[in-house]
Design a protein around this ligand. Sequence first.
Ligand code: SF4
Length: 377
Amino acid sequence: MSAGIYIHWPFCERKCPYCDFYTFGREHPSFALGGRYLEALVREIAGASQRFELTNKPAADTIYLGGGTPSLMGAETVEAVLHALREVFDIDPAAEITIEINPTTAEAILIDELLQIGVNRLSVGCQSFNDRVLKRLGRVHDAATTRRAIEKMREAGVANLSLDLIFGAPTQTIGDLKTDLDELLTFEPEHVSAYNMTVHEGTPFARHEREGRLTLAGEDEQVAMFELMMDRLAEAGYEHYEISNWARPGFRSRHNSKYWRRCDVYAFGVAAHGVIDGIRYENPRDLANYLNSNVASSRSDLLTERSRRGEIMMLALRRVDGVDWSEIDEWMQADARAYYRAEIDLLAQDGLIEADPNLRLTRKGILIADTVMEAFF
Ligand code: SF4
């Protein structure tokens, strides 16, 4: 099966106070290192044959430019990266090529140029169409900017558009989320991703929460928001195919599906995560080291056996349609049902998973997926 390729661009207009990705806002001195970063990225890609001991050009049919805000790269830089990739990989002419785009960076000229060089899927970080919520999230864009950006994308001929929403954001009510969904659906996106607000240690939001300056929706309200997302998007004809992702028929993300199916994904860039032969690896979160060509990654085969198996179960459970036990057994090289018999019986009794004939979360299980998955670690 063809591989996927992930590229990490670690620069953003401004660092959002809830974000724990390895990125630098314009206000950070490292933001000025974009030129050197591109050189290091191209060098890392060129060295892939040796690093991964490739004997020929591996076939790849998805490329995902993420970050960070890769739309800040500009079309010329994206083209340089695509060129470097074609030297090492046999890229399918019909490859899905996605770029994450921030509404403030979506100039019409950029969109035209991106389409011309082969980018065919745009993923827009809308988060909300409510200016109060956006402001509270510390986003640089407002809702009017997002609306204009999406219109420009459609006018330019973008036929595969993914829109991102956040739910459970500070001050956001269930009524706000309903309005967000109504507006999102007016753009008829081919794909929707929705993420529950999470406070990550080490971020300004974590500090604000400790100081009592940040109140998030309670658990019941978050569950009600998730249910609203599921019901509203199902009514509008979207398939819920992964816990946080919905698509119109034929528009599931081919790239992200590779992670959930444990296909090979070569990842390039500082702090990028890839998977080769089922082994997850992570480039170090250290820009200075990365710029000096030091990309000695950490590998998931160094995990304990229990954690490795737990990761496999977690990936399987993310797929809403369910996964054949034979697929899981092959990944685990063991009888997964026998190994996890006690956990499976308990979760099934509680109505959180179904184990026959395939493994899948129930609707009740999807709503508290993180808690269910913890049982397997
Ligand atoms: S734009 Fe996205 S990647 Fe950048 S800081 Fe904000 S949340 Fe993080």
